[in-house]
Design a protein around this ligand. Structure first.
Ligand code: HEC
Length: 111
């Protein structure tokens, strides 16, 4: 029983991306273009992005902005494709999503 619990805990922590790690990925790779507090950046502010996009959308856009720009409503793509690990994209998407912790609840309420 104890072993099963430990296993579940270990699996859980490795499957879920890490918000703190994501914050570091943001600071090192995104902050030059994206603000998180309504400032002026070359790319959209992440507080707003966290409102309008799901975690998956954020992850996929960060991975491949060139292919997704049109689908996201941009007429052209100016964001570079960044050479990060899959896990880093997951972590940074987790971090950006965490900027709006009540979004899920608000979306649910709208229905
Ligand atoms: C050199 C500047 C630059 C860097 C660095 C950059 N971005 Fe962007 N980003 C942009 C621009 C400009 C856009 C607007 C769309 C486009 O041009 O592709 C954008 C758009 C986005 C979008 C879509 C927003 C939306 O809701 O429409 C996401 C998500 C995003 N960036 C995530 C990231 C993440 C995560 C990182 C860091 C890992 C990052 N970006 C690094 C410039 C940048």
């Amino acid at each position: 029983m104890k072993k099963t619990l430990t296993l579940i805990l270990l699996l859980g922590t490795s499957l879920f991306a890490n918000v703190e790690k994501g914050k570091a990925v943001y600071a090192a790779n995104c902050a030059i273009c994206h603000t998180i507090n309504g400032g002026n950046g070359m790319g959209p502010d992440f507080n707003m992005v966290a409102y309008s996009r799901t975690k998956e959308e954020i992850e996929y856009y960060a991975k491949d902005p060139y292919s997704l720009a049109k689908a996201f409503g941009y007429s052209a793509n100016a964001m570079p494709t960044l050479p990060l690990e899959d896990q880093e994209f997951k972590d940074v998407a987790d971090y950006i999503s965490s900027l709006q912790p009540f979004k899920k609840w608000m979306i649910k309420k709208k229905k």
